[in-house]
Write a protein that binds this ligand. Structure first.
Ligand code: NAP
Length: 283
């Protein structure tokens, strides 16, 4: 079997077009959805990420503000800025780009964001909302993965999903989202004994490790859905995921490529969350 590729670029384009339509409708009613992106320091990767987020907002007709501060910004000054953005009616979503400089407590900063504007879904209130199945913002990367799985048309109810990775921002929320769709969920991590034993039973595998070739063809049940969140560089310096794409695509039923799978969905779900924050504020 050769797997069907789940095209993240195509799905992201569809969802962004929908965001653009809904944002135009809301703007016509006098509410232009607005995202504030806060960057502290000079981390080169962070600069690229925030640039992409701001550009995506502009392309979708959202208002966006990029606040850049030097690495010497104090925690107190950053908390003041968050308070001002919380109170700003033109801003519906606030994103603080991580990592922050070491002298700033990232948890404290995220906790200061109004949960109604927490479009990254990192606030404990957002995590709690996901845990309890109440309204809140879902963390963008796992939310994007849910959309990719939805694209296969497969009903998750009763399916066995194996998530590899248990980080607070990716693995754990991913597992909770799958659970909410009635999958039976196993979470694997670095202390899991015999990873292959678990993945071979999976109808859906989501890899969120950050290590090339964590999932190989012999670890995948024929026909399974394989979602690759990993972003790594191979020996040639080329971007690759956690899954051995060439091998696994011969066994799986559905697979996401890297690049062009989960990556484009993350920024897209940030736009979706910002739009929804504005729609809720305008309701
Ligand atoms: P992380 O915080 O480093 O977590 C990695 C997880 O993998 C941990 O839970 C770790 O287990 C587990 N792990 C490590 N080695 C393992 C092994 N040999 N077998 C099984 N599990 C193992 O990373 P993250 O933030 O969740 O990100 C994971 C990957 O996704 C990274 O490559 C990151 O770049 C990528 N990512 C991509 C996007 C995107 O938009 N495409 C967004 C976010 C992240 P322990 O908990 O036991 O240490």
């Amino acid at each position: 079997m050769t797997a069907t590729i789940i095209d993240g670029n195509a799905l992201a384009a569809e969802l962004r077009a929908d965001v653009r339509r809904r944002a135009a409708a809301l703007t016509a009613r006098g509410v232009r959805p607005g995202l504030a992106v806060v960057l502290v320091g000079e981390d080169p990767a962070s600069q690229v990420y925030v640039g992409k987020k701001v550009q995506a907002c502009q392309d979708a007709g959202l208002h966006s503000v990029l606040e850049r501060y030097g690495a010497e910004l104090t925690e107190a000054a950053l908390l003041d800025r968050i308070a001002a953005l919380n109170a700003d009616p033109a801003i519906h979503g606030i994103l603080v780009q991580l990592p922050l400089p070491k002298h700033i407590d990232a948890q404290k900063v995220i906790a200061a964001i109004d949960p109604a504007k927490d479009v990254d879904g990192f606030h404990v209130a957002s995590a709690g909302a996901l845990l309890t199945g109440t309204p809140g913002f879902w963390s963008c990367t796992p939310y994007g993965c849910m959309k990719l799985i939805e694209r296969t048309g497969i009903d998750l109810a009763g399916k066995h999903a194996v998530v590899i990775g248990r980080s607070n921002n990716v693995g754990k929320p991913m597992a909770l989202m799958l659970l909410q769709k009635n999958a039976t969920v196993t979470i694997c991590h670095s202390a899991t004994a015999n990873l292959k034993h678990h993945t071979l039973q999976a109808d859906v595998i989501v890899a969120a490790v950050g290590r090339q070739n964590t999932v190989t063809a012999d670890m995948v049940k024929p026909g399974a859905v394989v979602i690759d969140i990993g972003m790594n560089r191979n020996a040639a310096g080329k971007l690759c995921g956690d899954v051995d794409f060439a091998g696994v695509r011969e066994v799986a039923g559905w697979i996401t490529p890297v690049p062009g799978g989960v990556g484009p969905m993350t920024v897209t779900m940030l736009l979706v969350n910002t739009l929804e924050a504005a729609e809720r504020a305008a309701a």
